[in-house]
Design a protein. Structure first.
Length: 150
């Protein structure tokens, strides 16, 4: 809601107004959170139906890994957005390397474990990763970001 000095009554924000980078990243994070909760709920239901508690753990691990990837990328770009381009690249690549190390450690730690269902984990991860990429693309493609600063 916005107000003007002449008219103190609140007005709804213009949905066609240009998006600031911080607003864009916030919008992406909110959409990702809603989507990841939906994926977690759906994959937990499927996991429980497929293999009980093993399916539940597969769903949680798979959704968690995808959330780690999706959210850390947006947070890294949002944090570095107002910095020079070289620092932004370092932040994004650094977060990517950190994610890869963490995922590798998780996979190595659970590779021989039998407390989770591998198929449910893979399915939850695949759906969440593809969906999060589509959310990022759709949100950025439809954002009204000016090419020059007003």
């Amino acid at each position: 809601m916005t107000t003007s000095p002449q008219d103190p009554s609140p007005k709804p924000a213009d949905p066609n107004a240009p998006a600031l980078p911080s607003e864009l990243f916030t919008r992406i994070l909110v959409r990702l959170a809603v989507f990841l909760v939906a994926v977690a709920a759906g994959s937990i239901g499927i996991g429980l139906a497929v293999d009980g508690m093993r399916g539940l753990w597969g769903a949680l691990i798979g959704t968690g890994l995808a959330a780690l990837f999706a959210v850390t990328t947006v947070v890294a770009v949002r944090t570095a957005a107002k910095r020079p381009m070289d620092l932004m690249v370092i932040a994004v690549m650094g977060s990517w390397l950190l994610k890869m190390v963490l995922v590798l450690l998780v996979i190595v730690a659970i590779k021989d474990a039998d407390f989770y269902h591998r198929g449910v984990m893979f399915g939850a991860t695949a759906v969440a990763v593809v969906g999060s990429v589509l959310i990022d693309l759709q949100t950025v493609a439809t954002a009204r970001i000016p090419n020059v600063r007003p």
